[in-house]
Write a protein that binds this ligand. Structure first.
Ligand SMILES: [Zn+2]
Length: 81
């Protein structure tokens, strides 16, 4: 099934649905590609639909972090070696 939506409309619909289904055939058989993040907190993740073989690129932006747990490193022991 192919839709006649614009790229912007497809993008909005895809993002609003949490990226769970193909923007072309709306199948849930999507495969994840390699995440290519740069140092600016953004990255592109190529995706491919396992059903209709459509490809697209998810655009990721780092929005923050949570659940930080500090590792208690013992600097005195390290320098004694
Ligand atoms: Zn598809």
């Amino acid at each position: 099934m192919t839709t006649d939506l614009t790229d912007a409309a497809r993008s909005d619909r895809y993002a609003n649905a949490g990226g769970l289904s193909c923007p072309v055939c709306e199948s849930f058989g999507c495969f994840e590609g390699d995440f290519d993040a740069d140092l600016g907190g953004k990255g592109d993740m190529p995706q491919r639909c396992g059903d209709c073989k459509a490809t697209w690129t998810e655009q990721w932006t780092l929005t923050g972090i949570t659940d930080v747990k500090e590792y208690l490193y013992n600097w005195a022991d390290r320098h004694r070696i």
